[in-house]
Ligand binder design. Structure first.
Ligand SMILES: *[C@@H]1O[C@H](CO)[C@@H](O)[C@H](O)[C@H]1NC(C)=O
Ligand SMILES: *[C@@H]1O[C@H](CO)[C@@H](O)[C@H](O)[C@H]1NC(C)=O
Ligand SMILES: *[C@H]1O[C@H](CO)[C@@H](O)[C@H](O)[C@H]1NC(C)=O
Length: 660
């Protein structure tokens, strides 16, 4: 309890705290009995001046005690690790000593032990040390899923080198941009992506970097195999590299040293490199481990990409830190999901919302329930399909987790409340660094009162989620992006009192009286589609560029039975001059598949707000409703061409038959 209270203790006025302590004392004296609960509930009600909380308290006390207990264990673990100056590489070494022979990563028919990973990463570290890389340098890693993906960055971290995990779907401009913002000193590329790298080779800043090309056995045996111009054959070099003991190098690294850059499109513009230091990695990964009560002997099925937080940090981290076994797969496959889970005897699996829907849309088969999963965890399981999913596949527990890569506050539903992304214990409401504040729907900006401060939302009111930044505590520090200016944009100052700093998540949440939180939406500048964040600014810039017109706004719209938001762009074109063939080709050439708008609407004008921002709200509400909207609406057909949305397609979209 002490640690929970330590969270922002000073921030609240002391009377509340005194009442709470009295209530807790009474609770302890009555030894957890009903009387004690009522007493504590009444105290809480007094604190919050609202009798409804007595009821809420009775309903949630068991949940909150469980969560409180797990939360305390998590915090103790993190504190302990920081005190002992443990980096990830160091913690992993200790893991290896405990069970060297245990499988760490499994993929296809490869099964790699902890000792194997330790040996391999020592080679990687030693090799790059000999090539002159030093603590604080950065390497961009462009590779598809394979165990070496993790081994490479873990090995680099042993000599203090930061790895930028580049999204393997990026091409051209965005790829170039991602390499540049990380200020990489070298590039490691998988042979499967060497063509993508070749496309950005003409850029001066990229061309000057040494390139290390990695290929697996299969690729080397292929007749087509060739090295990129000037690239070094990394797989061969590592084969010849002797294993070196890097303990001394590891000891030089500190828990707050940068470990990885993970890209997010944040809420504005191009992908940004969010800084993940060792402590943050520990916290994110252990957060899930402790809050969902994972176990060391869990075998976790991870078919998510390794360059995102979910797969690469939360998933992989449970092996590196806590000794679980991770089963990887190059690309998620709905038809092989349960087969794999059965084959590798998985006990837990990770999901994102899309994945659950793809699984649900397969034809029922006996494998559906022959697996031994006791837990699936992840983000984005929609309330509409939650119950159906759980009963068809017989999943005993769902752990829906909320948290952003760069954000500093996290929630987890550890009680399977359908639809909820998590909860904050009632007694933690004022201490947990996460708050929901009122905001202006048009601009997405927080509303400030006469004194210039923001206001908390009551249960049931949708608001903007913000997380308090406390740079002293690892768990709530905001480490920002590689680019300083981008970091500053995400921060709000003077939120509840002069001088405080909060991180603006850009997400809209609503809480209920029991303290559960539900995800509502994202503020206007990004939306999620196919598990990726799409930045509307980027889409707008590209379309404007392609059609050469004045204005364009991009936004996300809901499609029934589909999670995330489909992209839609409204182009100002009163004379209807846009050439759809040209636009189709332009969009294909400049935007990654997930960012291409599914719908295009030609409008005569777009209303603006007082600050000349384009008003999106009405456009979002109109969506692609061809019965209501008189403007022409085009639909991105399977062949990549925009054509007028037909009545049949419209019906299919509404009925979930559009094959999205
Ligand atoms: C790891 O390296 C050690 C010493 O170089 C060697 O004895 C051992 O067999 C290696 N283990 C594996 C799994 O490669
Ligand atoms: C198009 O989008 C890409 C990112 O996908 C971005 O790098 C590029 O700058 C955009 N083009 C224009 C003209 O803004
Ligand atoms: C989230 O809450 C629901 C409802 O209580 C519960 O059934 C589910 O198991 C919870 N998820 C987890 C991971 O506990």
């Amino acid at each position: 309890m002490q640690i929970l209270l330590e969270l922002n203790f000073r921030q609240r006025n002391s009377t509340r705290v005194i009442i709470l302590i009295l209530g807790l004392l009474a609770f302890v004296l009555f030894k957890n009995s009903t009387k004690g609960c009522l007493f504590l509930g009444a105290t809480l009600a007094l604190m919050l001046r609202n009798p409804k909380y007595v009821y809420a308290f009775g309903k949630t006390i068991a949940r909150d005690l469980k969560a409180g207990y797990r939360f305390i264990r998590l915090n103790i673990f993190i504190m302990f690790m920081e005190r002992k100056q443990r980096t990830l590489a160091r913690i992993f070494q200790e893991r290896v000593k405990k069970h060297p022979k245990k499988p760490c990563f499994i993929m296809g028919d490869r099964c790699l032990s902890f000792q194997w990973v330790e040996n391999y990463t020592n080679k990687v570290g030693a090799y790059f040390k000999a090539r002159g890389l030093q603590r604080g340098d950065c390497v961009a890693l462009i590779m598809e899923t394979r165990p070496e993906f993790v081994c490479l960055w873990l090995g680099l971290s042993k000599i203090g080198v930061v790895t930028a995990l580049i999204n393997s779907h990026l091409r051209r401009d965005t790829l170039q941009h991602s390499i540049k913002v990380a200020k990489a000193n070298a590039i490691i590329v998988g042979t499967e992506l060497s063509d993508a790298l070749a496309e950005v080779y003409d850029d001066e800043e990229v061309r000057d970097l040494p390139i290390f090309q990695f290929s697996d056995e299969e690729q080397r045996e292929n007749d087509q195999f060739r090295l990129l111009n000037g690239a070094i054959d990394l797989s061969n070099a590592l084969r010849l590299q002797p294993i070196e003991d890097l303990t001394a190098n590891i000891a030089e690294c500190k828990p707050r040293d940068k470990l990885l850059y993970v890209y997010t499109s944040g809420t504005t513009g191009l992908p940004k490199a969010a800084v993940i230091n060792n402590l943050r990695y520990l916290f994110m990964s252990s957060g899930v481990y402790y809050m969902l009560a994972l176990r060391t002997d869990d075998v976790i099925y991870n078919s998510l990409p390794l360059y995102h937080t979910a797969g690469g940090i939360i998933g992989v981290g449970n092996a590196l830190i806590h000794g679980c076994t991770i089963v990887m797969r190059k690309k998620f496959s709905a038809s092989n999901f349960w087969k794999d889970c059965i084959k590798y005897e998985c006990t837990a699996a990770q999901y994102i919302g899309e994945l659950c829907r793809y699984l649900l849309s397969t034809t029922p088969r006996p494998e559906d329930t022959q697996h031994q999963l006791r837990l699936m965890y992840g983000n984005g399981l929609r309330p509409q399909i939650w119950s159906q999913f759980v009963s068809r596949f017989n999943i005993p527990q769902i752990g829906e987790v909320y948290g952003s890569t760069e954000g500093n506050s996290n929630l987890a539903n550890i009680t399977s409340q359908v639809g909820a992304i998590g909860f904050i214990p009632l007694f933690g409401r004022y201490f947990y660094p996460l708050q929901i504040i009122k905001y202006d729907e048009d601009t997405g900006e927080p509303i400030r009162n006469a004194n210039g401060f923001c206001q908390r939302c009551a249960p049931g009111e949708t608001g903007l989620m913000v997380g308090k930044v406390n740079s002293k505590r690892a768990t709530t520090a905001f480490n920002g992006y590689a680019d300083r200016e981008a970091s500053e944009k995400k921060l709000l100052h003077n939120v509840f009192s002069a001088g405080d700093v909060y991180f603006n998540s850009g997400d809209m949440l609503v809480s209920d009286i029991l303290g559960y939180f539900y995800f509502k939406d994202r503020t206007g500048d990004t939306f999620r589609w196919r598990g990726e964040n799409v930045a509307t600014l980027e889409v707008e810039a590209n379309i404007t560029n392609v059609v050469g017109l004045q204005d364009c706004v991009a936004y996300g719209v809901d499609i029934p039975y589909v999670e995330g938001k489909a992209g839609m762009a409204a182009i100002v074109d009163p004379d209807r001059r846009v050439d759809m063939q040209h636009l189709s080709a332009g969009v294909r050439g400049s935007l990654p598949a997930f960012a291409r708008p599914l719908f295009i609407r030609l409008v005569s004008d777009i209303p603006r707000t007082g600050t000349f921002k384009l008003k999106k709200r009405e456009l979002v509400r109109d969506s692609f409703d061809i019965h209501r909207v008189k403007d022409p609406i085009y639909y991105l057909n399977k062949d990549g061409i925009y054509r007028l949305l037909t009545e049949q397609q419209y019906e299919d979209l509404l009925n979930g038959k559009a094959g999205l």
